[in-house]
Ligand binder design. Structure first.
Ligand code: HEC
Length: 257
């Protein structure tokens, strides 16, 4: 944000969502409830795209950036999976989390071929009843803020082009997002952003830690509002959420970057 924009084709470029419809969920309700940053139905829809990011990133000549992109996608998948381990699919989610983290570790060890094979199997891992149902700490041990933020960068910098997308959306003329933008890809991108914000919040900067936490919360809240507005096909509310979301990014970057 506040930087020159790379040319980006807007919808489409970003995240590789799966086309489906979602079960009804009222706008403006779940946003304030911490447990709802990632509805179960959308968790399921994030698995395949996450695998695809990793497999594609490791597909050609692997650079530092593409390895980072592949690894962060696996860590995010682990975060999506362990988002809620309390349901009947808890063992399945915990197993998938562990496998995704294992894949991330292989990428770190530069065992790219093994990582690709393992990643491809993630869409159909069988639940291990022994998998730990407690959340594993991700921010710190396996991912840092810089890596988390790398998802928002342009594709040529190892990102998913999310920052450019949000900037573009906030720049529409009449204060409301067009109907075509209110699609599954944007909703999933918004939930990805919300989960990234929650991870971000676990970081404690040496100074102004309360402000860091407040801005992480704001990022999460507006990302969920965006997702819910997209779901409700409310272009005005979606626009307002995008504006506030971008404000939270910019505020934090001014203070901490
Ligand atoms: C709570 C604070 C915080 C929030 C909120 C935040 N960021 Fe960041 N962001 C950072 C910090 C700190 C860095 C620098 C990380 C580093 O290099 O160590 C960063 C780096 C980045 C980068 C990498 C820039 C580069 O040099 O390549 C991008 C892109 C980015 N953020 C996008 C976003 C977007 C988009 C949002 C909102 C949707 C956002 N950030 C919200 C703290 C934040």
């Amino acid at each position: 944000m506040n930087r020159p924009r790379a040319a980006s084709s807007w919808i489409g470029a970003v995240v590789l969502g799966v086309a489906c419809t979602l079960l009804g969920q009222g706008a403006g309700t779940a946003a304030d409830n911490k447990g709802s940053s990632l509805p179960p139905a959308d968790y399921v829809r994030l698995v395949e795209p996450s695998v695809k990011v990793t497999v594609d990133a490791l597909g050609g000549e692997v650079t530092r950036r593409s390895a980072e992109k592949a690894r962060v996608a696996m860590v995010m998948l682990a975060a999506f999976a362990q988002y809620d381990l309390s349901g009947t699919d808890g063992a399945q989610r915990a197993t998938l989390r562990d496998a995704a983290l294992d894949t991330a570790a292989r990428i770190k060890d530069k065992k790219y071929a093994e990582a690709v094979t393992q990643a491809k199997g993630l869409t159909k891992v069988a639940a291990n009843p022994q998998a730990r149902k407690e959340k594993v700490k991700l921010l710190g041990p396996v991912v840092d803020v810089d890596e988390l933020m790398s998802q928002f960068r342009a594709p040529d910098k190892g990102g998913l082009d999310i920052e450019n997308l949000f900037d573009k959306l906030a720049g529409v003329a009449d204060g409301q997002l067009p109907a075509a933008a209110l699609n599954d890809d944007l909703r999933l991108t918004a939930y990805r952003t919300a989960v990234a914000a929650e991870l971000c919040k676990e970081h404690t900067p040496p100074q102004k830690a309360p402000l860091w936490q407040k801005l992480s919360d704001e990022m999460r809240l507006q990302a969920v509002r965006l997702a819910e507005a997209v779901q409700a096909k409310d272009g005005k509310a979606a626009f307002q959420a995008v504006e506030k979301l971008n404000a939270s990014c910019n505020h934090c970057h001014r203070e901490f970057r």
